[in-house]
Design a protein around this ligand. Sequence first.
Ligand code: SF4
Ligand code: SF4
Length: 346
Amino acid sequence: MPSTRRSVWRPPIDRVRRQPRSPTTPHSAHCTSQRSRAHQFRSPATGIRCCTRHLEKPTMDNGSGVALPRYVELETSRRCNRTCGWCPNGEGSLRHDQELMDWDLFAKITGELGAMGYDGWLANHNYNEPLLNPRVFDELDHVGQVLPRAKPAIYTNGDVLREPMLTRLLAAGVQYLRVTRYPHRAETPASYESLRTWARRAGLAQWPWEERVVRQGLALVWQRGEVKVEVIGPNIIAAYNNRGGTVTQLPMLASPRIEACWMTATSASIDFRGRLKMCCCVYPDLDDHAGYVIGDLTEASFTELWTGDQMSGYRAAHARADWSLSPACRSCTQPLPETRRVSADA
Ligand code: SF4
Ligand code: SF4
């Protein structure tokens, strides 16, 4: 006789790799202090909150005094299956074909970050769809080995994501996974129903999602400890920007920028060919943006490029809202929090 007991489904949190971090030591890779937040201070130079002993850490170890980024976008593949009108990918076919970052180059960049004790976010996207990369689990495995303190993140459009893959990604160490469910038309308003429809199709309807209003629109959120999954329905016109002028098909946000930008101080963006860019808005294959490539990591080290004259020049100018070195910034409304705050935990 079949059992009438229904099995209780539980999220696969036991399979999630946990990386406990002390709430009192935001850069605990460098600091073992157990002083409370009330006794910590925020560095005006690096924006990092810590005890006085480590106030100006971590900086690059070449004596430049330049702080490590706290977010690295390492685009390990080329292809995206979509051509969204609010993305430079929608302007041409540059991202139709797949091409993976050369493994030796990937190993070189991650190895250098690992040797520095990098403990910030490490995402494998920019203008690619990272889950179309057949090597994604090998890359996560490698990151777990050489960058044990880093926090892997995945940003995906969700088209190929299903429950088994999501569970496997979390088990492989992903600490933040964002699914952005783009509409077909920019004017389409975000709705929880469309997010729930995707969750059902992905086999994720049973996850105990919490509905939340987020900066980009609406979201379903699942969180266990420091591991978080967000499924976001964006309000495109209100929340997206013209990517340094590369988006021309839609009336995206563009107005004279008068606020400083901290992106060049806090975030490093590297494309699938190993080009370090001024920021994630740069689409280096377009002539107008070619000048914003800082250098080629197949030839130079990350430290050389991140602390070099061009990047340092942008950093200093952007901190005072001076766009004379980077006209692409003049109308940038990039709303990422990284551009608006110095502090890592504000
Ligand atoms: S916005 Fe994302 S999904 Fe859309 S084309 Fe750009 S990279 Fe691809
Ligand atoms: S202002 Fe915009 S384009 Fe310029 S560095 Fe900041 S995010 Fe990039």
